[in-house]
Design a protein. Structure first.
Ligand SMILES: [Zn+2]
Length: 145
């Protein structure tokens, strides 16, 4: 017997009503059991969310750090032999080999100069000297660029 039936014990009522009360009692205790199990599940889920939230925060932090370090990364240009960062600033390959980041400035007419140690790098796209082999205004001459 459930609680409602207990409360109505001794009260006289038609048999049909009594059966209805018993069945409502059953429904009532099913719902109660369901609420208890949902409460337990809720607690369980809350206990899982906290560590997951921490993990998400840590992953976000790692992604941010990875993005920052990618911005710092230098790429080697096999054509010029120079290093460049994400914003295409050029860096001295000699100094970078020693772990130092020194920017290059353009040195007229066809090279770059290390701003810190004076290393000089020749631009491979510089025109051949006049009168040299293959010079003299062909389609690859710098004058046509
Ligand atoms: Zn240098």
């Amino acid at each position: 017997m459930g609680r409602v039936a207990d409360a109505l014990r001794g009260v006289s009522m038609p048999e049909q009503t009594r059966r209805k009360v018993v069945s409502l009692d059953q429904e009532f205790s099913d719902v109660e059991a369901e609420i208890q199990s949902l409460k337990a599940e809720n607690l369980h889920l809350k206990a899982q969310v906290n560590p997951l939230q921490r993990e998400v925060d840590q992953l976000k932090e790692r992604i941010q750090k990875a993005e920052e370090s990618r911005a710092d990364e230098l790429t080697f240009n096999a054509h010029t032999g120079l290093y460049a960062d994400a914003s295409e600033r050029l860096f001295c390959p000699t100094c970078w080999g020693e772990g130092k980041r020194h920017q290059l400035k353009v040195e007229a007419p066809w090279g770059w100069r290390c701003t810190a140690a004076g290393h000089y790098f020749h631009n491979p796209d510089a025109p051949k000297p006049h009168g040299g082999r293959g010079g003299g205004g062909g389609p690859n001459s710098w004058m046509t660029r």
